[in-house]
Design a protein around this ligand. Sequence first.
Ligand code: VG1
Ligand code: CO
Length: 509
Amino acid sequence: MTDSPLQVLTLPTAPYPDQRPGTSGLRKKVGRLVIGQNGIMSTPAVSCVIRKMKAISGIILTASHNPGGPDGDFGIKFNTAKGGPAPQAVTNKIFQMSRTIEEYAICPDLRVDLGTTGKQTFDLENKFKPFTVEIVDPVESYANSLRNIFDFAFLKELLSGDNHIQICLDAMHGVVGPYVKKILCEELGSPANSAINCEPLENFGGHHPDPNLTNAADLVETMRNGQYDFGAAFDGDGDRNMILGKHGFFVNPSDSVAVIAANIFCIPYFQHAGVRGFARSMPTSAALDMVAKVTKIQLYETPTGWKFFGSLMDAGRLSLCGEESFGTGSDHIREKDGLWAVLAWLSILATRRQSVEDIMTEHWRTYGRNYYTRFDYEEVDLDAAVEMMLDLELMISDKAFIKQVFTVGEKKYQVETADNFEYSDPVDGTISRNQGLRIIFKGGSRIIFRLGGTGSFGVTVHLYIDSYEKDINKIFQDPQVALAELVAIALQLSHIHERTGRSGPTVIT
Ligand code: VG1
Ligand code: CO
């Protein structure tokens, strides 16, 4: 408490015409702020706290999986009262308002002690009375919710019992470090050496905190020698995850959500709550569809971005979902949740007592394998990318394109359908157009082109390719080999290298 009221200044400002938020913005009068201790809280933990405290909304200052810090990106996520990313109707409104902003209030002498948990109350002038800031333990509420979802005693046995496995979790110097240490190490008994890069750093140690084979290559290397049975990496704000098995066996994210779906009752939460539906983003492979079909559970195909899942969850139609971009989660919150995905996998390992690789290959034997790869061309000139997409759309919407046959070597692919993906939200009917160009061949193989919306310079062109194989003699190939023909067709159709001036993608998953 301060003695005399602190001065509030009103400063003139001018609109920024280019502040369209990807997911973010805020304009409520704030009487109470809740902040994670030392300013740290993961995106899934924020979602959890918003829901628990019935907050009106939340702001997460993060560039998520982008490289961050003084020489990197900065970002703002805005989540609504349900705990999930704001829908486009909200972000459009924020964008509009950002163009007419005339003043903002700031209190230059306000000093909040971010290091001490508890409430701090400030006596401010005029409309902000009373102003309370509550500093909370960033892990506590979130850990509590995980305790209600998973069987911690069972997981403790897996990680520190007589017959325990060894795990290696790489927080990539993002915010998940404290969660890993507290939940996996302190509580579930995994030894301290299983938590690597677990000190959050403002520039992520100069690395790009995106958990994929390129940016988390160190973890893949660490896993190679076979010391660890299970590995995982997280992105800067803790909502993404990459799952690895012994010797660095890679679990594709599209497969990961399918495996969790097929083993969903290894997770106590679903035994109680039941399973209402599965969902995946459009570019995610149809591995989850195969499980949905067998289990007769409804499957939804949504555009890219977690906000589309939120609407289904709020309506009680969705329990488990995933994106090919290393996002996995459930309706316990309204964000993808990296640590949740790890505990989900550990629950499966604890129940089945098989290796990650055995679980994955058995899954392919049962359901067939959806070969998958994604090529990213990052920081491409926006105009060149947009033009390429327009030309592609023109080409695929030509009637003559349908039924066209492409022959590469011995393989033939006949186009069955092609479109620009459009989604009508089954809950409120909102239509989202222009969500990616799809070319679907007979038998279900797909080539998808989509422009990313989270980069900060130029644009990322995503090329997604997948193909289904049910012949068990053909399910053990390298995806790059299995998909080589489709890749060749995609490159030839789009002329992406010529159009972008690149000789190849920046990241291959
Ligand atoms: C990317 C991914 C998408 C994910 C989004 C946010 O978007 O493709 O699946 O939901 O990032 O992830 P885009 O539009 O750039 O392709 V995060 O970790 O930044 O919240
Ligand atoms: Co993220």
